[in-house]
Design a protein around this ligand. Structure first.
Ligand SMILES: [Zn+2]
Ligand SMILES: [Zn+2]
Length: 261
């Protein structure tokens, strides 16, 4: 099985050494993993950039190897109005196998934090998140999959703890899906929503719609920030993706590889 969304101590929000995460992947019998550390600029000076240099990357990953698990180089690139094209610059020095494009800020606020949710209903906050995501996928190119499409619901300050559901936000989600299909961008199934809101991000209904609109590229990632969550629900998620597409994707040198399920 595969885990194509993992953060080690190179990311600001993880303290785990990648060697421990590789060991966990070996124990689980995973075939292939990809470290996708945060490269997050910020929309304004109230927040701190969470980025890394080639030297920092090499210092953390220089000696990482495994006999049984293929280890890919990746990055989770935070999409903003103000960083269109920076992913192409990163490519030049990182040579990643895989680039996730993710939205972590909306309307100038970090979606993870309370101010984003204040003064409106949860539904309005979800709509604000999706509108930001739509704007950003329209602006950006050059990433391989859209990360955790319905991320907003899993953040700790979502006051309802409820999932962001497709039927309620169908119109905007359809526009997001049409945009990524037109650009040849894939979709990630992020398993971290399972324990937080009871579903994958996104789940089956959105995968079916993505396929219906012509989408073909789907990866699975745990979004683990420590060795305990490596590969969590990866088998179940790959089974779900397989039931819709007949395969699940990994990436090498920015090209999708299709694994029959
Ligand atoms: Zn993310
Ligand atoms: Zn992540």
């Amino acid at each position: 099985m595969f885990d194509f969304h993992m953060h080690s101590r190179l990311s600001h929000d993880s303290v785990t050494d990648p060697a421990a995460m590789v060991k966990a992947a070996e124990r689980l019998g995973l075939i292939e993993i990809c470290f996708t550390d945060h490269f997050d600029r910020t929309p304004n000076e109230r927040w701190t950039d969470h980025i890394f240099t080639k030297e920092e990357y090499d210092a953390v990953y220089g000696n990482i190897a495994s006999r049984s698990v293929k280890i890919r180089r990746g990055v989770e690139f935070g999409l903003l109005d103000s960083n269109v094209g920076e992913n192409y610059d990163i490519e030049k020095w990182l040579s990643p196998d895989f680039v996730i494009g993710s939205v972590h800020y909306a309307e100038g606020e970090e979606v993870y934090q309370k101010p984003f949710w204040e003064g409106r209903s949860v539904k309005e906050s979800f709509t604000a998140y999706l509108l930001e995501e739509l704007k950003l996928v329209r602006l950006h190119r050059g990433f391989d999959v859209l990360g955790h499409l319905n991320y907003a619901c899993k953040t700790p300050n979502n006051p309802s703890g409820e999932p962001l559901l497709y039927p309620i936000h169908k119109d905007i989600i359809d526009e997001i899906l049409k945009t990524i299909v037109d650009k040849g961008i894939g979709l990630e199934v992020n398993t971290s929503g399972k324990d937080k809101v009871g579903m994958f991000l996104p789940d089956k209904d959105i995968l079916l719609r993505y396929r219906e609109l012509g989408g073909e590229i789907v990866t699975v990632g745990s979004d683990s920030h420590d060795d305990k969550r490596v590969g969590q629900y990866a088998r179940e998620a790959a089974g779900l993706v397989g039931s819709v597409f007949g395969y699940v994707c990994t990436f090498e040198a920015r090209c999708p590889i299709y694994h029959k399920i």
